[in-house]
Write a protein that binds this ligand. Structure first.
Ligand SMILES: [Zn+2]
Length: 897
């Protein structure tokens, strides 16, 4: 179970505060001049009394401390509200959810939770009578999640008003909501960002950049991609909420509250635009329609203008906090309100108002935009008002259509189980025998963490002509979350969509995400019904690393690591951090290598106390396979290195055996961080930290001053050339953060490489390197119109050239992510090597690729010598959103000696 509120015990069924403690809260509230609420005469403090301003007031934002303490006060004052702390955020703040319903329901939450659990998995209901009771007995659970995008500031303030209104209101609508629903209110899905944005906003006030110009991501690693993590669960925040949604509470409806740009519609409500993903149950789409219509109706009734629907936002992609819940039978929606500048109002003339999105060609009256807003002042309070109307509209609808929504929840789950038994695919098998067994376990784990049922075979069995042993992971398609499972396992086939002018119509987000391809894991689809005895897996354990001692009787002389698993880098990094001198087999004839049971490229690790300590610490947690070698075996020689850092004694004890190893020098890695926040930079840091790579963040100043020369590698994440060169302009942020690398930075980057450094560029930053260093490389896709070529977030097949150090331990064929990325041609004679190329025919594996011939056979990863150093150009993102584990090794190889 998640962590309970640390202030006091919050176990289910909840225990209410003893009377004494509550009267303290009452006294505090009364002293603060608060009016008495209506929940049994308890006074519920208003947000205004707590904050000192009304939520949505111009120029005012709340910190997370203000928000959390307010929810604590409401929890103490109201019998209608129970606040739980689910756990800690990335930076250690409490992640909160407030349950709101009638006092009787709040006192009996576990009973309602168990109704939800059985409706979400009707296999737990023995017969029609039990189903009827579960539908009739429960209440629709409605999750509302606020400010996952922290610069979209209104919804957290809205949440304070919403909880206050429901905790204290005596009006019929409030009664109806409390009696008919259970609200699960998440005041922010990224509490860290609430503080980051509020603090920056205060600092920016009164300056030309007021409400803009932040020099850091508003989530430590993900920035705006906090809402791109819902199937991969890289972030603490997504893991906490996923557990609540898919393993504990199984809500009926979900509303994720967003803001968009300032100049379009005032608010977008569902339904969404085409295309719709084929894995979505039709009842889900119709439920979305119903919710949007009800919201639009309530907005119109309140006199709100500028409401748009059926435009802009499609319903194809998986990975956001509306689209992933939809694959869990939750009718999930978002709204997008026009933004202000954090809390500073904006004034828009009629001429300032724009359109141009799909289904919204002009800012004029249309069937899906019936009442355009005429322009004028637009304030934070306007957004709070609109969102409050939408939230209450959803809750009212849920209360009124209570039985219909609960029946649909049950029916969607039941149908998912039925279809999984009646038609292929019947399931998926994940063999234990894998090139990288740790990644196979990671794939199984992320699906399991998203509520997908995982089973383990209890006997050997056969699928599609392949035989598997007992203990193999099996995902039966016949399960309530079949849509999510299938959507993650299958290849996406995004429909070709062109606008009237022949240009590609941009999708909302990426178009392909097939998990086995992204992670480089072998999965077998069952096209025939699965016939094997299985048991449910409650905990997915990664295969622990081990030391193979088969050929060693006594104490080993040294160890070797074959290097195919991503986890091997964790072990290598830990060994190097401990000062162990790891080396690599670089030469030796076949006979001698076989005699020593070694192969080229393998890591050689000397035995000793430090090695022992690292293995003891890490092997239980990673899947690295280590082989022990006895003293009697053929020895391995390490010649002195002509340059680089001298290392301690190597495992070589007898020189001149014909097997040569080179010590692996610890590499000093600098990761460039622009002041214009880069999400790709954040993900890069997360991936490096997960695999224990030591690195140092450098900014413009360290590059411009030449301080980067104390590093071996400069890694520039995917950042546009203009941002790299110029950064923020004057008056766009504080003076300390203005500017980019500039001419001095360019000169230093050039000098860094010329003097022996390795520059590693990811995707967009390749443009900068090609231009700045005048490299003999051409991006053949540059400037092509989208009518000719387009690849918006797809998975492509590519082949790897063996023998290059960047290809160490990488299979001959890899699946690379391509998101408006690059394809290279080398233009200089013999200058540079191609390490990875896009497949020569039909490279598309998942998603959408228009004009594939443009990149077929072209280079995706090249290594270009420059002076005494080199430039590594990744034309694709090898670490995309922390999802593409299958291409991590290519990046990691670029960061080791
Ligand atoms: Zn948003």
């Amino acid at each position: 179970m998640p962590r309970m509120n640390r202030e006091r015990d919050r176990s289910f069924p909840p225990r209410r505060l003893p009377g004494g403690a509550r009267s303290v809260a009452v006294a505090v509230a009364l002293a603060a001049g608060l009016t008495a609420g209506a929940s049994g005469g308890e006074p519920v403090p208003s947000p205004e009394s707590h904050l000192g301003f009304r939520p949505g007031a111009d120029y005012r934002l709340a910190t997370w401390g203000d928000v959390a303490s307010y929810f604590g006060k409401v929890d103490r004052a109201s019998e209608r509200v129970l606040v739980r702390t689910l756990g800690e955020t990335t930076e250690g703040r409490p992640y909160l959810v407030a349950f709101v319903s009638s006092p009787e329901t709040i006192r009996d939450l576990e009973r309602y939770r168990s109704f939800q659990e059985t409706l979400a998995d009707p296999r737990k209901l023995p017969n029609a009578e039990a189903e009827r009771k579960a539908v009739a007995g429960g209440k629709p659970v409605v999750a509302i999640t606020c400010s996952i995008h922290s610069s979209e500031t209104a919804s957290t303030l809205m949440a304070m008003e919403l909880v206050h209104g429901l905790a204290s209101g005596v009006d019929p609508q409030t009664r109806e909501i409390l009696d008919g629903t259970i609200l699960m209110l998440v005041p922010s899905a990224n509490p860290d960002g609430v503080d980051k944005v509020a603090r920056w906003y205060e600092r920016s006030k009164g300056h030309p950049w007021e409400g803009a110009g932040m020099p850091e991501l508003y989530h430590k690693y993900a920035g705006h991609d906090t809402n791109r993590d819902w199937f991969m669960l890289n972030l603490k925040e997504t893991r906490l909420l996923s557990r609540l949604l898919y393993k504990e509470w199984f809500p009926t409806l979900l509303y994720d509250v967003h803001q968009m740009g300032s100049r379009g519609a005032r608010i977008f409500v569902p339904p969404f635009y085409d295309p719709v993903n084929p894995n979505l149950d039709p009842r889900l789409s119709q439920g979305i329609f119903l919710i949007g219509a009800h919201m639009a109706n309530d907005l119109a009734a309140a006199g709100k203008k500028g409401v748009l629907y059926g435009a802009q936002y499609d319903n194809w992609w998986n990975g956001g906090n509306r689209t992933t819940p939809q694959r869990h039978n939750i009718i999930a929606v978002l709204t997008e309100a026009a933004s202000v500048k954090m809390a500073t109002p904006v004034f828009l003339d009629k001429e300032d108002l724009k359109a141009g999105a799909r289904g919204f060609p002009d800012h004029r009256r249309a069937v899906n935009f019936v009442d355009p807003w005429p322009g004028g002042w637009w304030r934070l309070r306007d957004i709070v008002d609109d969102e409050l109307i939408c939230a209450r509209s959803l809750l009212t609808l849920a209360a009124r259509y209570r039985e219909s929504f609960q029946t649909n929840l049950l029916a969607m789950a039941r149908d998912a189980v039925r279809v999984g038994t009646e038609a292929p695919p019947y399931g998926w098998v994940v063999p234990r025998e894998q090139r990288d067994p740790g990644e196979a376990a990671a794939l199984v784990r992320v699906l399991h963490d998203s509520g997908v049922e995982v089973r383990r075979s209890l006997e050997p069995f056969e699928v599609s002509g392949v035989r598997f042993p007992a203990g193999t992971w099996v995902f039966p398609a016949a399960q309530p979350y079949r849509a999510h499972l299938k959507d993650m396992m299958e290849r996406q086939n995004y429909p070709t969509r062109l606008s009237a002018n022949g240009k590609a119509e941009a999708p909302y987000d990426v178009t392909g995400w097939t998990l086995p391809l992204q992670m480089g894991v072998r999965v077998v689809e069952a096209t025939e019904p699965l016939r094997v005895k299985t048991e449910k897996v409650d905990r997915v354990a990664a295969p622990a690393g081990e030391i193979d001692r088969d050929d060693v009787s006594g104490e080993p002389a040294f160890y070797s690591i074959e290097e195919t698993a991503n986890d091997d880098f964790i072990v290598l990094n830990a060994l190097q951090a401990a000062g162990v001198n790891v080396s690599r087999v670089v030469a030796g004839d076949r006979e001698r290598l076989e005699g020593a049971e070694l192969s080229l490229g393998e890591l050689v690790v000397p035995a000793g106390a430090k090695t022992r300590a690292v293995f003891d610490q890490w092997l239980p947690k990673v899947s690295t396979r280590v082989e022990a070698h006895g003293p009697a075996e053929e020895r391995v020689a390490t010649p002195d290195r002509p340059h680089g850092q001298p290392g301690p004694a190597s495992p070589a004890t007898v020189p001149h055996t014909g097997i040569r190893t080179d010590p692996i020098r610890p590499v000093r890695v600098a990761v460039y961080q622009p002041w214009v926040p880069s999400i790709d930079e954040g993900w890069t840091r997360l991936v490096l930290e997960n695999f224990k790579f030591p690195y140092t963040t450098v900014h413009n100043a360290e590059v411009r001053s030449g301080a980067i020369r104390s590093f071996d590698v400069l890694l520039i994440p995917s950042v546009e050339t203009k941002t790299l060169k110029d950064g923020y302009g004057e008056d766009e942020t504080e003076p300390a953060y203005v500017g980019g690398l500039g001419p001095e930075g360019e000169a230093e980057v050039r000098r860094f490489v010329r003097e022996g450094g390795r520059l590693v560029c990811l995707d967009a930053s390749c443009d900068y390197a090609i231009e700045t260093l005048n490299l003999p490389v051409r991006d053949v896709l540059k400037g092509l119109p989208t009518s000719v070529f387009y690849g918006p977030g797809s998975i492509l097949r590519a082949s790897v050239t063996g023998g290059h150090e960047l290809a160490r331990g990488v299979p001959d064929e890899v699946f690379v992510y391509f998101d408006g990325s690059r394809a290279f041609e080398l233009t200089g004679q013999g200058q540079g090597r191609v390490v990875v190329s896009y497949a020569r025919s039909d490279p598309l594996e998942s998603g959408w690729l228009l004009g594939p011939a443009k990149l077929e056979g072209k280079a995706a990863l090249v290594d270009i010598p420059f002076g005494r150093g080199s430039v590594v150009l990744f034309g694709f993102p090898p670490q995309h959103r922390g999802q593409t584990h299958g291409t991590y090794r290519l990046l990691f190889n670029a960061l080791v000696d």
